[in-house]
Every structure is written in C-alpha cells, then in structure tokens.
Design a protein around this ligand. Structure first.
Ligand code: SD4
Length: 307
C-alpha cells in the first residue's frame, strides 16, 4: 500500500512524470492537476516516440495524438486524432471543463485547441521522420506479429530500444484529500492508418476513474483494450473486491480468452484504489510501472506486481 498522496504511471519514463505530479500532490494540490502536470512531462520528452511531440507518425507521416483525463466525480474530457498540438492532455482537460462534451476528434479538436490559445506546431521531428521513411521501405503494419513486444518489451529496461523509451503514459493519482484522477496520452500505434483512434482517449477503455472505488489505465495494443472495455473492467472488478493487481490480471485474462492470438501482443494495465493499493499486470514480460509516494520517489516495478 502506498502512502497518501501517491501517483503511479506506466513504464520507467513514468519516474520523471511522477516527479512533476508529486510536486503538485506534495504541495497539497489536486490529483487532477497532478496527472495533467505529469502527463505533460512525457508529452514534451523528445526521446519518447509514443507520446506527444516526436511521436512516430501514422502511415502517411502525420503525427496524430490521443489523450484523456478523468476525475473522481466522473468528469472527463478527451481528444482523439488531434494533430499539431504539443500537449493534448491539456486540450482534453479544456474539453472537460469548457465544453458540454467529452470527446473531440480530428480537425474539430485542433480548431477547439487553437481557439483555446494552444499553439499550432509541427510535431514530426527529424528523427521521427527518418524512422518513418525507414518504415516506408517495407510499409508493413504488423502489431499482430508481436511488434509491441519486440519494439517495447524485449529490450532491457532503461536501454535505448528497450522498454524505457517506448510507450504510452497512463498516470493515476490519489491526493491528500483522498480524491483520485487519471490521465492517458499517446501518439498511438506507429504507422497506423490515418484517422485510427486507440484506447487512450476512450473513457472506459484506456482510462477509467471511479472515486468510490479506484482508477485504471492501460498501455499496449489499444484495439484489444477497446474490445474489452479494459479500464472500466478493471475498476468494476475492484468494486467487486479484487485487489488492483488481481483486477488487472483478470482483465488481461479476459483479453486472452476472447482472442487467442492476443498473447502475441502486449497490453498492460495499472490500477490504484482509493486506499492507495496499487497493482499492474500485462500479457507479456517487459512491462513495468513507476510508483511515487512520500517514502518512495522513483521506484520502478516489473509488470505483474502489486504494492
Ligand atoms: C494505442 N494504447 O493507441 C495506445 C498506444 C500504446 O504501445 O500504448 N502503444 O493503442
């Protein structure tokens, strides 16, 4: 069990994001502000090619981003397939707070962001462009052939090409007042079809928060998470009495049961309940998550684990 306040997030790069969230939480701030601040760190990280600026583009070379944010009261906002905006998590929050809607997509999301004062920018970095041009030589999109695991999972943690630099950030926080919030932000699957939307901006799939119970978020092949309403499922399982780790494990098991070849893909969940218990589970080894509370600032645990 973690102390209150606390924050957890996906992958070792979650350590840096947790630090930003921790500064908010430690100052008595809200979980909602903490997860937004944390997610922005990863969005700005140029070495991360799965989130924000420098994210790998779609098949046609467009960097298109998905993000969602949710608080303990069920307030939520999201953007899907938004282009040219460096911090989609903050646009998602504006959707939540300034509109009667939950999800804005594509050009409409960009228009809203610009109206809200966000700068329109080029997000494709020279490095990501080179990677895309290299991919174009074969132009094969093969997540079913274990691209998640071979790209993200099998490398040694913390090494270039290993899990450290390659995936979505999902973050969950519990503040000193006992309120939970979550955020999830990604450039989605590299080389996806233009217009493809993953699980990350879909409330209940890539992120779900229920202030009475707990919160969950996911990383990996979003199609499998959407198909199974993954994060909602994890939270409902916690409501029925499962620990966060057990609930994540059961959701992973459900994914595998419904589609046998999902075992070749990677999907990971992390979860945090309102008591501060946290856990994670993933289809494949190689997944890891970062924890932070008053006693532990930079702990990284391998995927199937609990605290
Ligand atoms: C998606 N779940 O768009 C996200 C991306 C991800 O490893 O986590 N990739 O499907």
């Amino acid at each position: 069990r973690l102390g209150k306040p606390c924050v957890i997030s996906t992958w070792p790069f979650g350590v840096a994001a947790n630090q930003a969230a921790w500064r908010v939480l430690n100052g008595g701030g809200r979980a909602l502000d903490a997860v937004e601040a944390g997610a922005r760190v990863t969005e700005a990280d140029l070495s991360n090619h799965s989130v924000g600026r420098a994210g790998y583009p779609d098949r046609d070379g467009h960097v298109s981003l998905d993000a969602s944010i949710m608080d303990h009261d069920g307030n939520c906002g999201a953007v899907a397939a938004i282009e040219h905006i460096a911090h989609p998590i903050s646009v998602a929050r504006r959707v939540m707070e300034k509109t009667p809607h939950v999800l804005l997509a594509g050009d409409g999301a960009l228009q809203f962001a610009v109206e809200q004062g966000f700068e329109r920018e080029e997000l494709l970095t020279p490095e990501s462009r080179i990677a895309w041009q290299e991919w174009l030589k074969t132009a094969k999109y093969q997540p079913a052939a274990n691209s998640e695991a071979s790209t993200y999972g099998k490398g040694k943690l913390g090494t270039p090409g290993g899990a450290a630099n390659h995936d979505t950030i999902g973050m969950l926080a519990l503040d000193a007042a006992g309120n939970l919030s979550g955020a999830c932000t990604t450039s989605g699957m590299a080389w996806k079809l233009r217009g493809r939307v993953g699980d990350s901006p879909i409330v209940g799939a890539g992120l779900y928060v229920d202030g009475e119970v707990g919160a969950a978020t996911s990383t990996g092949v979003g199609e499998e998470v959407i198909r199974n309403c993954g994060s909602f499922l994890v939270v409902e399982l916690m409501r029925q009495g499962r620990s966060p780790a057990e609930a994540c494990k059961e959701a992973v098991t459900r994914i595998l049961k419904r589609k046998a070849d999902a075992k070749d893909l990677q999907v990971g969940f992390i979860a945090l309940n309102r008591e501060g218990e946290a856990g994670a589970w993933a289809i494949q080894s190689g997944f890891s998550w970062a924890l932070c509370d008053g006693a532990r600032q930079d702990l990284v645990l391998p995927g199937p684990s609990f605290y």
